[in-house]
Design a protein around this ligand. Sequence first.
Ligand code: MGD
Ligand code: MGD
Ligand code: MO
Length: 754
Amino acid sequence: MPPDKPRYRTYAHPAGGWGAAGATARALMQQSALTKGSRALLSMNQPGGFKCPSCAFPDPCKRQTLEFCEQGAKALAFEATKQRVTRAFFAQHSVTALRAQTDHWLEMQGRLTEPMRYDAATDHYVPISWDDAFALIGRHLRGLDTPHQAEFYTSGRTPNEVAFLWSVMVREFGTNNFPDCSNMCHEPTSRGLPPSIGIGKGTCRMEDFDSTEAIFIFGQNTGSNSPRMMTNLTEARRRGIPIIAINPMPERAMEQYTGPQDLVQMATFRHDVIASEFVRVRAGGDLALIKGMMKAIFERASAGEDALDQAFIDQHTVGIDAVRADISAQDWAEIVAHSGVTEDQIRRITDVYVRSNATMACFGMGLTQHQRGSQLLQQLCNLLFLRGNIGKPGAGIVPVRGHSNVQGDRTCGINDRPTPELLDAYQRVFGFDAPREDGHNVQKAVEAMYAGQARVFIGMGGNFARAVPDTDRTYAAMGKLDLTVGINTKLNRGHLIHGREALILPVIARSEVIRTAKGPQTLTIEDMIAKVTASRGVLEPPSDDCMAEVEIVCRIAMAALSETRTTWAAFAADYDLIRDKIAEVFSDIYVGFNDRLKAPEGFYLDVPPRRREFHTDSGKANFLVLDGLHADDPVDDPGMLRLLTVRSQDQFNTTIYSDNDRYRGVWGNRMVLFMNPEDRSARGLRNEQVIGLETIYDDGFTRRVTGLTVLDYPLTKGCVAGYYPELNSLIPNGYHDGISGTLAGKSIPVRVVP
Ligand SMILES: Nc1nc2c(c(=O)[nH]1)N[C@H]1C(S)=C(S)[C@@H](COP(=O)(O)OP(=O)(O)OC[C@H]3O[C@@H](n4cnc5c(=O)[nH]c(N)nc54)[C@H](O)[C@@H]3O)O[C@H]1N2
Ligand SMILES: Nc1nc2c(c(=O)[nH]1)N[C@H]1C(S)=C(S)[C@@H](COP(=O)(O)OP(=O)(O)OC[C@H]3O[C@@H](n4cnc5c(=O)[nH]c(N)nc54)[C@H](O)[C@@H]3O)O[C@H]1N2
Ligand SMILES: [Mo]
């Protein structure tokens, strides 16, 4: 039961353990999915079953009978809920009334069951037939002055087949407007890594955890956001492998962890200590820290030590001299000041790095969500190159991806800046003229809506309005549209922030059976180690009126494209035909897709850097220079704090499971601000005092959030942290990574206001 009054108390137990086991059971029970949900859990992440709808972490080499974590079980429980959003629900609640409800309340109403249309006269959603819904979309799309007036959003749960057809439909329609959830997530990985290593993907596989000699984790809250990775970390620690956690916030699972599936440990209340060392960086201080580590390595090499992998550098890289020159220009005092880490500690973790013959560098949103996020990742590559930590067992770069298929969506053509070669392939395979101009990412889509240039928004999954930055401006922008369409499993705020006309289209979820005239269909996803696996649902959809995403795309295409020669109806019936086309368009990696899918464990897509092949302009791994030590623009304001927006333990992105954050010791309140006690006293504030925050950003808009309870927390001084998405209204849309457009959600300059 949620407490009536918020409670704040340091969490005294290991992460995972009985807390996680209890939470799993509660989630299943609360969603009345106990029998249905627990049966489905047996099929999750098993051959012949479906892929977990939660995160992109891969299955282990040695699979267990129950292959899921607390977060996966929760995601499934909330998907398999018995609660239903019906036409009676919409008749009862006006849209204005629904807008006053919390995100959590909206989520708790359950699964969408039939297509609905917004009726402006009554301010209610009312039923509409599928035929009429597609006709309405077709009318709007065909009525545009140019195809570039439409925005086609993709969320990363979208399976490969759906994403690919979406990319075909939108390009045949005539635009590359593909705002994607990746624009708020791992887009710096997709854009930053190719100039360094020739591909925007990670280079490790699961077996690398077994042979690695050191693991560095930058800005990633493993215990809450990729709990299955805790198993790998626990095993590595038990082998005596050092794990260095780099984070302004101490995260509980890195301190103490009990594997909920480790029966002995559970029964004996024991735990593992995961991080061998914590590095409490400043927000964005990772750039200075990485440069400090490189400096220490160069110094050791100059002193005659064998600190560099000279053979790798000579044979496989170019550009080290420019990087060496840049690093020697940085002095230690500046490095310490910018990173917030002592020279001693930098040298100590460098020593761990130099002693290891195979190091994995893992990272999450703590690195990507900065103004120079893409380039920050290139500096991390430099650090790996110095010791040849790419393309050998136990070593490499590991972007810990978010949504279960966010990597696959990119691979299958969702791309606002496609290469000419990619567009040629679409043209060759489908015979239409693909649009050649760059399209919109999330940030440009919002600006186009705000300026009145965009007229239609269609979201394939996700919760665009809530996930993107600059909430107030975004809401205003969406309100200017002629038509908004949400293709979703659950009711969310995006449906309530709508255009003049609006549709909600309910879909069959990952865990559910998709039947067509050709029988049950299989979908596929690509996890964060580029492994493609089949996913086949086992549960019955919540209503006969839910439609498969593939069919929805095909029917939108048939309604919007008057002279299409693409075989949409055939695709909607037989997903093998879609995979054949994926294999034709992406022939270099997907050749023989349907055949290769017959392997029960799936198959890997090629990642050339694994064999030290680098498809860059130089044909080698490129050492790249980034001037200075700023991952974010400096702000000249003595009262400034850097705000990190983070996830709680009990949410999946904009889906809020509860108002609790167990591991951070918060119960019953998401409007909190974690602050270092010294920063708090310096501002004359009391612990648990309620304050406001205002963004320091000069573009004529005031961005302010009030009602935040200050909580003492051992964060790095100068940083404060609060929850996404509640604090998204503080992030200016213009405050993003220059290369990828990704919001800089981990270093927002703010000041405290009463
Ligand atoms: N249960 C659950 N699982 C999820 C999700 C979820 O919401 N819930 N979301 C999924 C998605 S889409 C994604 S992308 C991933 C996100 O997973 P994470 O990358 O773990 O995401 P965040 O919660 O944003 O946490 C980022 C971490 O970076 C730290 N950090 C913040 N700023 C900095 C910095 O400047 N430097 C460093 N070194 N660290 C910093 C924060 O303290 C926090 O620990 O998780 C996926 N899995
Ligand atoms: N300030 C700040 N902002 C952030 C972040 C941050 O760390 N800080 N993180 C960013 C990140 S990493 C991401 S990935 C984005 C997330 O952005 P989105 O992907 O847009 O958001 P989600 O909350 O994952 O989407 C939830 C909705 O997806 C729908 N859904 C669930 N399953 C399915 C399905 O199988 N099919 C369909 N069609 N719909 C489904 C449900 O209706 C649900 O309401 O947010 C970003 N925004
Ligand atoms: Mo993400």
